[in-house]
Design a protein around this ligand. Structure first.
Ligand SMILES: Cc1ncc(COP(=O)(O)O)c(C=O)c1O
Length: 413
C-alpha cells in the first residue's frame, strides 16, 4: 500500500523544469497575472475533462487526481504569486522583515505594538502571535510543551493526530507521557463531555479541531465556550481552525476573539488551505502572550521563516477574491460529491471543510488501493484513524471531482 502511494508521489516529481522554461513560464505567468489571465486559464484547464487521464490539476502533472491532502484546487492566491515574483531576487537573504507579523497584527486587530524582525513571535501586554512552518510546526511545539511540562494530552479519534503521534513516539522512547484519544460522536464531532472527564492534574493540552479533520464536522460555538469554561486553568485548549474559511454559515463565530481574551486558549490558522499556499509552509497561532512565551523555546525559531513564503502569506492575508473563489469551488464540489457518493450507496457527513468523510459500510482499503492504481489519490480511514469503512476525499476542481466519481463508479461496478 505504501509503495503504491509513494509511486504516485514520485510520479508527481517526474517533470523536470529547466531554468529557462521556469523563468519564461514565470514571466508569462506574471504577465498573465497582471492581465488577469493566469487564474482564468488555469482554472479553465482544471475544469476540463472527467477521466483521470484528461484532468490537469493545478500544481500536479496531467492525469494525476490528487485528493488526499486537503489542498486548494484553485491554486495559490494570485496576490501571493505576484509577491513571490516581486521578491525573487531576495532569495539570498534571511528574512529579517516584520512584513508578515505586521500584516497579521493588522488583519486580526491584535494589540501588539512593536513586532521585531529578529523574532518569529510578537507579544504585547495581552496578545501574542507566533509564526510556524505551517501549523504542523506549531502542533509539534504544543505537543512538546505539553508532554515535557505536564505529561498528558487529549485529542479526538480520528483526528489530524500530530499530538498523539508525538506522544506515542515519546512514550515508546521511554518518556512517561500519555496521549489520550477520545472517539468522536456519530455525527463526527468531538465528544466534549468525554474529553472533559479525562482531564487530570497532568493534562497540559486539549486539542479541538473545528471544523474537524477528517470528519468535516463543526461544533456549535456555545458548546465550545461551555466546555472551555469547565476546563481547569492549567490546561491549554488549542482550537485548530485551519479549515474555518470553508464554514458555510456566515453567522458562525470563530474562536479568534476568545483566544485574545482568555489565558488558556490558543487559536491556530494556516495559509495552506483557503489561501492555497500549502507548499509555502506558513501557519500561525494567536493567544495570550504567556502562552506564546511558553511555546517559543520549543520552536526552531527565526530561521524557520522563509523569505518568499513570508511575502506570499502577507500578500494573501486579505485576498478576499481568491478566498471567495476557493470557497465557491469547495462548496459546489462538496454538494456534487455528496450527491454522487450517496447515489453510489455511501453515506457522507455534512462537511464544513474542503473534504468529505465517506462511510461505505464495508472495508475501504481495496477501493482506495484501486483508486490509487488509477491515479486517483484519496485517504483510507484504516490505520491511525481506526475507521476501516471510511475514506476521506479532498474537494477538488469540478474535473477532479468528476474524475474521482467516474473512477469510483468503475471500481464499485
Ligand atoms: C487539522 C489540521 N491541522 C493542521 C494541519 C497542518 O497544516 P499546515 O502545516 O499546512 O498548516 C492540517 C493539514 O492538513 C490539518 O488537517
Amino acid at each position: 500500500m505504501t509503495s503504491a502511494y509513494e509511486e504516485l508521489l514520485w510520479a508527481s516529481e517526474d517533470e523536470p523544469v529547466s531554468r529557462r522554461t521556469f523563468l519564461s513560464g514565470a514571466l508569462l505567468g506574471g504577465a498573465g497575472l497582471l492581465a488577469g489571465l493566469h487564474s482564468k486559464e488555469a482554472v479553465a484547464n482544471a475544469l476540463a475533462g472527467r477521466r483521470p487521464s484528461q484532468v490537469q490539476g493545478i500544481g500536479v502533472p496531467k492525469g494525476l487526481v490528487r485528493l488526499a491532502f486537503n489542498e486548494n484546487p484553485v491554486g495559490a492566491s494570485p496576490k501571493a504569486i505576484e509577491a513571490v515574483m516581486a521578491h525573487q531576487d531576495w532569495m539570498n537573504r534571511y528574512d529579517y522583515t516584520t512584513t508578515l507579523q505586521k500584516a497579521l497584527i493588522r488583519f486580526h486587530k491584535l494589540d501588539i505594538p512593536r513586532p521585531s524582525g529578529f523574532d518569529f513571535k510578537a507579544v504585547g501586554d495581552q496578545h501574542g502571535l507566533i509564526l510556524g512552518v505551517g501549523t504542523t510546526e506549531l502542533l509539534q511545539l504544543l505537543a512538546l510543551e505539553a508532554f515535557m511540562g505536564h505529561g498528558e494530552t487529549i485529542e479526538a479519534l480520528p483526528s489530524y493526530g500530530q499530538i498523539t503521534r508525538v506522544g506515542d513516539e515519546l512514550r515508546e522512547a521511554g518518556y512517561p507521557v500519555l496521549a489520550r484519544r477520545v472517539p468522536v460522536t456519530p455525527d463526527g464531532n468531538h465528544d466534549l463531555e468525554a474529553m472533559r472527564q479525562l482531564i487530570t492534574d497532568r493534562t497540559g493540552l486539549i486539542i479541538i479541531c473545528n471544523p474537524h479533520n477528517p470528519t468535516g464536522s463543526l461544533l456549535p460555538h456555545q458548546d465550545v465556550i461551555d466546555f472551555i469554561d469547565q476546563v481547569p486553568p492549567h490546561v491549554l485548549v488549542t482550537v485548530d481552525e485551519i479549515y474555518i474559511h470553508f464554514v458555510r454559515d456566515p453567522a458562525y463565530q470563530d474562536f479568534m476573539e476568545l483566544a485574545k481574551e482568555r489565558e488558556n486558549v490558543l487559536v491556530l490558522r494556516t495559509f495552506s488551505k483557503a489561501h492555497g499556499l500549502g507548499g509555502m509552509r506558513v501557519g500561525y497561532g494567536v493567544g495570550h502572550h504567556k502562552i506564546i512565551k511558553r511555546l517559543a523555546p520549543f520552536s526552531m525559531g527565526l530561521l524557520g521563516r522563509n523569505n518568499l513564503s513570508v511575502h506570499a502569506a502577507a500578500a494573501a492575508v486579505d485576498d478576499t477574491d481568491h478566498i471567495q473563489r476557493s470557497q465557491q469551488v469547495v462548496w459546489e464540489g462538496n454538494d456534487y460529491l455528496s450527491k454522487e457518493l450517496q447515489k453510489l450507496g455511501a453515506s457522507v457527513l455534512p462537511s464544513h471543510a474542503n473534504f468529505l468523510w465517506v462511510d461505505f459500510g464495508r472495508e475501504t482499503r481495496r477501493i482506495v488501493r484501486e483508486l490509487w492504481t488509477k491515479k486517483v489519490m484519496v485517504r483510507a480511514g484504516a490505520g491511525a484513524w481506526e475507521s476501516p469503512n471510511h475514506i476521506r476525499v479532498s474537494t477538488g476542481s469540478k474535473a477532479e471531482n468528476e474524475a474521482f466519481i467516474w473512477t469510483l463508479d468503475q471500481i464499485l461496478a
